[in-house]
Design a protein around this ligand. Structure first.
Ligand code: GAR
Length: 206
């Protein structure tokens, strides 16, 4: 049984999607906790409604102390994989080291980013892409490294900008792809289908 934790800062629609998808694999993996840095985040409500305990670890102290508190919780629960779902803080190398996987040669920390990386890293990916008037936008599911949105890419899904798109419709289509990307990731995780082959990491299908 692979124990998974979700970290999220806000609305939590990706977190909800991950929990729902994970429920399809009750013998393979389990979302054991949701951790947020914000007590008012809507993700808490979503987690509670789905029966997943959620905690706030506020960043009141320095970054390393904050991360140590999170790590204490995660190691108590024997969490092996982390899914970041709109978690708006950068994790330090010291934190990530606890999730290093020798076989994958990467950290067992996944993230969804709202652009086709390496385009539009950082905040507000959809706004950046919409403003830049790209013909094609998309989302990236990747493993996290010490950089900002630079870790190994596992899946990218793209969509065309429609002529009558406003930011809301543009973003909505992107969000649907975020859910799809995390669904593929959880499916691969449940079946041990995340593999390294030489320089690259792959998300294989069943
Ligand atoms: C999502 O669009 C996610 O890709 C983005 O925050 C949103 C969270 O929505 N993440 C980032 O921008 C990370 N750099 P949600 O709380 O409804 O899942």
């Amino acid at each position: 049984m692979i124990k998974v934790a979700i970290m999220a800062s806000g609305n939590g629609s990706n977190a909800e999607n991950i929990i729902r998808v994970a429920l399809q694999y009750p013998t393979q993996l389990k979302v054991v906790v949701v951790i947020s840095d914000r007590p008012q985040a809507f993700v808490h409500t979503r987690a509670q409604e789905l029966g997943v305990p959620s905690y706030t670890v506020e960043r009141l102290k320095d970054r390393l102390q904050h991360e140590e508190e999170i790590l204490a919780l995660l190691s108590k629960l024997q969490v092996e994989w982390l899914c970041l779902a709109g978690y708006m803080r950068i994790l330090s190398g010291t934190f990530l080291q606890h999730f290093y996987d020798l076989k994958l040669q990467a950290f067992r920390v996944a993230n969804i980013h709202p652009s086709l990386l390496p385009a539009f890293p950082g905040l507000n990916g959809y706004q950046q892409a919409f403003k830049a008037q790209v013909a094609q936008a998309g989302v990236t599911l990747h493993l996290v490294d010490q950089g900002v949105d630079t870790g190994p890419i596992l899946r990218q899904l793209s969509f065309d900008r429609a002529p009558d798109d406003d930011l809301t419709s543009f973003q909505q289509r992107g969000m649907e792809l975020e859910y799809q990307a995390y669904q593929e990731f959880i499916n691969a995780l449940a079946h041990h289908l995340i593999k390294r082959d030489g320089e690259r990491l792959y998300l294989l299908e069943e």
